[in-house]
Design a protein around this ligand. Structure first.
Ligand SMILES: [Zn+2]
Length: 330
């Protein structure tokens, strides 16, 4: 009897051992497989989510994109830098750069920062339109911080502190006097002197007017040129782009000049809180009635006009309505 019990016990032990082996061989394995499969599925799901997030993050905000407008060196770009009440225009083409005017003393740093943000450390030319403080006041700071190959003006002296500061930074080797019909070259663009006077009674007319051209697109940069000066600019000068004279003062931008130049785009470089009433309503009306697309640095901030020699594009920091643009401050 006892042997029978031992045999049954032995069989039970074998069956139990077989059951344990069967469990680990066939039942435990699928559990392990399941554990592996589940994390794999989770990882794949997370990767998809991460990829979607990465794709969204690098897209820049539109405003940030406009703050530093790209140069695009295959084109000619004219940047009308917002220097408040004053002028400063960067001319860029094929990695060569020229600047006309530097704003007033408080805006020299604005101009230098504008250049450095675009990795510009050297200017081929610095043109100064005339010796008024709102045009040359910032030039001492520009000349102290940016390498300038050649400074170009019409040779008229002034006894102001702004002129003294500007002139003291210039050496003879890096200086030339601009005469009418002189030409300078920036990349694939030509900068031609279309006006240079020194003996006028009106100081704003003792300056230079430049015409920048690339292909069939031309821009006239008038400084603070008055109607008298405008009337002596050659009859063969016409341009798609006009830097409006003297910050939109009514003493400039006369009807005969506009009829001759026939611009399609106009830029007024003018300060928000200027005491002169610039730009004048009557000048804005002359531009409006001709359908000239007009931009203002006091409303649009920095304005960039870009051309490949055929087409023209305009970029700016801030939009403004036609009503705002064509409402004067006088
Ligand atoms: Zn001025």
């Amino acid at each position: 009897m006892r042997d029978k019990y031992l045999i049954v016990l032995f069989i039970l032990i074998i069956v139990a051992a077989g059951a344990v082996l069967f469990y680990f061989e066939y039942l435990a394995v699928p559990e392990v497989t399941q554990i592996i499969e589940v994390p794999e599925e989770i990882i794949i799901t997370e990767e998809v989510v991460v990829e979607e997030e990465v794709a969204v993050v690098p897209e820049p905000e539109p405003d940030e994109e406009l703050k530093v407008q790209p140069i695009q060196n295959g084109n000619l770009s004219l940047f009308f830098i917002d220097v408040g009440q004053g002028d400063s225009i960067l001319i860029a083409d094929n990695y060569e750069y020229a600047l006309e005017d530097c704003g007033d003393k408080n805006h020299g740093e604005t101009v230098v920062n504008f250049l450095k943000q675009r990795n510009i450390t050297e200017l081929k030319y610095l043109f100064t339109s005339h010796p008024d403080a709102d045009h040359i006041g910032g030039c001492a700071y520009v000349l102290d911080n940016i390498k300038v190959e050649t400074v170009v003006d019409n040779g008229v002296f002034s006894n102001t502190q702004a002129y003294e500061d500007y002139y003291s930074r210039i050496d003879d080797e890096g200086y030339t006097i601009a005469r009418k019909y002189d030409e300078y070259y920036i990349g694939n663009s030509t900068i031609k002197v279309v006006y240079s006077e020194t003996l006028k009674v009106e100081q704003n007319d003792n300056g230079i007017v430049l015409m920048v051209s690339r292909g069939s697109v031309e821009a006239v940069l008038t400084g603070d040129c008055t109607k008298d000066c405008e009337n002596t600019i050659g009859a063969n000068v016409d341009a798609e782009i006009l830097k409006v004279g003297h910050h939109g003062s009514k003493s400039s931008t006369g009807d005969p000049f506009l009829n001759r130049i026939e611009p399609e785009f106009a830029v007024i470089s003018v300060g928000e809180n200027n005491p002169y009433g610039h730009p004048a309503q009557e000048v804005l009306e002359r531009l409006m009635k001709r359908g000239i697309e007009t931009f203002r640095t006091d409303l649009n901030g920095n304005v960039q006009i870009k051309t490949d020699g055929k087409s023209v594009w305009v970029l700016y920091d801030k939009p403004a309505t036609a009503e705002q643009i064509f409402t004067g401050r006088d």
